[in-house]
Ligand binder design. Structure first.
Ligand SMILES: *Cc1c(COP(=O)(O)O)cnc(C)c1O
Length: 822
């Protein structure tokens, strides 16, 4: 709760109030897309590389009833919003940061600030797992550690907490100086230093120095003395005295000294010496990263006064931290989102936002356990949860656990309560949740994995996993190449290049692309039925579907006279005028479109009717990614531009113009016109900009049988896989009916099995294929990566002699898609 009047806030951020200076601001939002209650919320209009928050004020004011805004000078015409209060500043991000720094100063309890290249979120979550029984802890939701995420995290601080844990991440010099006064940590943890974001720093010392700025005012800094680079920079730094450093490591001068480390089944035994005490503590993990993260927690607890014995007992509480939200297909036409991330209000809010994004279902259900580590007293906690569910528009709560059940009266939305997971599962057999998006979110001890298992559709053992964050990342990368104001049509034809329909469209709508492009009318209809409201262009509509298009508000590509006449007939019949259409010009591809000599006839028809309105004129490049055709491409662009000029002259208005696909966006910045059409790049593939993109899909399968065969034996149909040495053959359940081309058999392609690339052996069958796993330790159930980070889709396309587009779109619908968001 911020609880400041507009005038108080204006003083803090050095701004001016326009409107009611007594208006009380209780909380702030920066994301115009997520649902909140209008009451006391202030929208901060941030200006980012891809979005200008000021553009959304109209929607927030008219539809969402938000009454207060923090805006930049000159961006808003205040007379349009007579009932709103504005605070006007030069720079809204700076103002948000000032506000957070002010808010931070209201509290005197300890604040732990964590930075470093890896492990920030885990250390934060683990400290919470270890300390929540003594402390009321406020912490960053998930990995909110950016220039915007940090202030939003700090604004959660409140008087009833007594410990705060915030993480800070930076990607370039100059950022940490801004985060330091906002977090103003009293205890610092420097996790480690590695390569992420190295490109913006001259060298590693510069990066360490920049991160160290977070700890300028700490009482104590914790780090691992075995990290020589960090140690050297810290020692050179004159701001921190030796008695402010709490180091750990095997280095003899570490204050928390590791005498020995022994790994055993599933755990690591660490003999530790600290302040004349010795003890062997047990970390319930064996990997190096978990060891390091746990040791940071150990040092922090020693600083807070816990004994090594006590720490040892508590370490057994540590649970792995799941970093992502998964969306899976459920039974009874439901979608299930699984979030086993530790429950706190911040991450609950994020998970519910993801739930509400699932527009394919009208009903949104939350299954929630007792929240164990929130830092709030139960009564206050559940009334906050109740308010959140209501504000965000959740339709049904299923509360599981004695505590949430005790506070059932706090919930005004439809709700059911069960005292245990077992009781709910018994009831689930009798009741049916249909056609709903369901968020399953429970503290670990409630074993909600049993609920997800009951709700999810059982899947074929091969899945195509889609990373929604990667799609957003790729979209934003291409946006960064666009001139200001250029719109984006995202191509979601062919099941979004094989990766999904409404699941992808929901994300793109949330990311505010301007248009969606599909190939056929039925693809557009499915999107509308799934609740997608963006404008949709149908590139290849058949005449018979024109009425359906009008019914579902889909806009056709018009590429010939017959189509145009037919469409106008339909519009006349249903009595619609000024319906949006998109005129395709054939500038040299010679597939679909009006050639320049057909323009006169086109114009004559357009002039004779008011049924249609040309929303855009476009064309398609034949070889945008091939430099040896650049001359031809330039001619295409010129032909297109001329046609546009002719058309707009006679129409008397200027339709949107667009010609660039992915390759074109990369190579012809001068031809962006008013819009571009982004396809394959969104899905992570580009011949030239590939290193800037994230792969979005991983095709995973599992070993279902392992065999040892002898020299002279053969594998598979037609006995093509002949072996001359003893050979380990593994079978996985993916075949050509799943989209695995037969061209990939007989050693023409390799897949990743337990860290090694292993070749196919023998022919690919319809439902299975076989791999030669010689030299690899393998057992049934081991995972096989068919493509993903390595091998990549491009590797597979090369082995097939085709292009990645074909690989992506060939994965059959029988392979279940699983979506996740980090
Ligand atoms: C598929 C398609 C695109 C997208 O092309 P990419 O190369 O995948 O970016 C753009 N425009 C039209 C007309 C298309 O059919």
């Amino acid at each position: 709760m911020i609880n400041l009047t507009a005038i108080q806030l204006a003083e803090i951020v050095l701004g001016q109030v326009i409107g009611d200076s007594g208006f009380t601001i209780r909380n702030v939002i920066t994301d115009s897309r997520v649902p909140v209650s209008g009451n006391g919320s202030m929208f901060i209009a941030l200006v980012g590389p891809n979005h200008n928050g000021h553009e959304f004020i109209g929607e927030l004011y008219n539809i969402r009833n938000i009454k207060a805004y923090l805006v930049e000078k000159g961006e808003v015409d205040y007379t349009n919003y007579p009932n709103a209060t504005f605070v006007e500043v030069d720079d809204t991000l700076q103002a948000l940061q000032k506000l957070a720094a002010y808010h931070r100063n209201r509290f005197v309890y300890p604040v732990i600030g964590i930075t470093g290249s890896n492990g920030k979120t885990i250390v934060k979550e683990w400290l919470n797992q270890l300390l929540f029984s003594e402390y009321q802890i406020v912490r960053s939701p998930r990995s909110y550690n950016s220039q915007v995420g940090v202030p939003l995290s700090v604004l959660q601080m409140d008087n009833h907490f007594d410990l705060a844990i915030f993480e800070a991440g930076i990607s370039k010099p100059g950022e940490m100086v801004k985060l330091q006064p906002i977090i103003d940590p009293t205890i610092g943890i420097f996790t480690n230093i590695g390569m992420p974001h190295q490109e913006n720093f001259d060298d590693i010392d510069e990066k360490v120095n920049e991160k160290l700025k977070l700890f300028r005012e700490v009482k104590t800094l914790i780090y691992c003395k075995d990290h020589a680079v960090i140690d050297a920079v810290v020692q050179d730094n004159t701001l921190l005295a030796d008695n402010q450093l709490l180091t750990w490591g095997q280095n003899k001068e570490s204050k928390v000294q590791i005498m020995s480390v022994k790994r055993e089944a599933g755990k690591t035994l660490v003999h530790v010496h600290y302040n004349n005490h010795e003890h062997t503590i047990t970390i319930p993990f064996t990997d190096a990263a978990s060891f390091e993260n746990a040791m940071h927690c150990v040092a922090t607890m020693l600083l807070l006064g816990y004994s090594l014995q006590d720490i040892d007992t508590r370490l057994q509480r540590l649970q792995p931290v799941a970093m992502r939200l998964e969306l899976k297909e459920g039974i009874n036409d439901c979608s299930v989102i699984n979030d086993s991330y530790n429950s706190d209000l911040g991450s609950l809010a994020i998970a519910i936002d993801f739930l509400m994004q699932q527009k394919q279902h009208e009903r949104h259900v939350v299954i929630l356990s007792d929240i164990l580590e929130s830092g709030y007293a139960p009564e206050q906690l559940y009334s906050k949860v109740a308010q959140m569910l209501e504000d965000k528009g959740v339709d049904l709560l299923i509360g599981i656990g004695p505590e949430i059940s005790r506070y059932d009266y706090a919930f005004e939305i439809e709700a059911e309560f069960y005292s245990s997971t077992h009781e709910f599962l018994l009831d689930l057999k009798r009741k049916e949740i249909r056609d709903a998006a369901i968020l399953v979110k429970g503290s670990r001890k409630f074993h909600f994995e049993q609920i997800s298992a009951a709700l999810e559709r059982k899947v074929h053992r091969t899945t195509l996993e889609i990373n929604l964050n990667a799609i957003a990342h790729n979209l934003n990368y291409y946006r960064s190449l666009l001139n200001p104001g250029v719109k984006v049509m995202a191509m979601v034809k062919a099941f979004s290049y094989g990766s999904g329909s409404y699941e992808i469209a929901n994300l793109l709508q949330f990311q505010r692309v301007d248009y969606l492009g599909v190939a056929y009318t039925d693809e557009g209809v499915s999107l509308r039925e799934a609740g997608i409201s963006l404008p949709i262009v149908v590139l290849n509509p058949s005449f018979g579907t024109y009425e359906l298009m009008v019914e579902f508000n889909l806009e056709p590509e018009i590429y010939n006279i017959t189509g145009l006449k037919e469409f106008i007939n339909v519009l006349n019949r249903v009595g619609v005028s000024s319906y949006g259409i998109h005129i395709k010009i054939d500038s040299g591809m010679h597939r679909l479109g009006f050639t320049p000599d057909q323009l006169d006839e086109l114009i004559a028809i357009l002039k004779s009717t008011n049924s249609v309105r040309v929303k855009s004129i476009f064309s398609h490049l034949a070889a945008s990614d091939e430099p040896h055709h650049d001359q031809f491409t330039k001619c295409q662009i010129e032909t297109f531009q001329k046609a546009c000029n002719v058309l707009s002259d006679v129409l008397g208005y200027q339709p949107i113009r667009h010609i660039l696909n992915t390759g074109g966006i990369e190579r012809y910045p001068e031809a962006q016109f008013e819009m571009v059409r982004l396809g394959i790049g969104l899905y992570g593939i580009s011949p030239t900009h590939g290193d800037k993109l994230m792969p979005i899909s991983t095709l995973r399968s599992k070993v279902i049988q392992v065999k040892q065969i002898k020299p002279g034996d053969t594998v598979g149909y037609s006995r093509k896989g002949i072996v001359d040495t003893p050979t380990t053959v593994v079978t996985i359940p993916v075949g050509y009916a799943d989209g695995l081309s037969r061209m990939l058999g007989n050693g023409n392609y390799s897949m990743m099995l337990n860290g090694t690339l292993v070749p196919t052996i023998g022919n690919i069958s319809m439902d299975t294929c076989t791999l030669n796993a010689n030299g690899v330790e393998v057992k049934e159930g081991d995972e096989v990566i068919v493509f993903g980070n390595k091998p990549t889709i491009t590797d597979m396309a090369k082995a097939m002699g085709t292009i990645p587009y074909e690989v992506l779109t060939s994965i059959s619908q029988r392979v279940k898609r699983v979506y996740f968001q980090e």
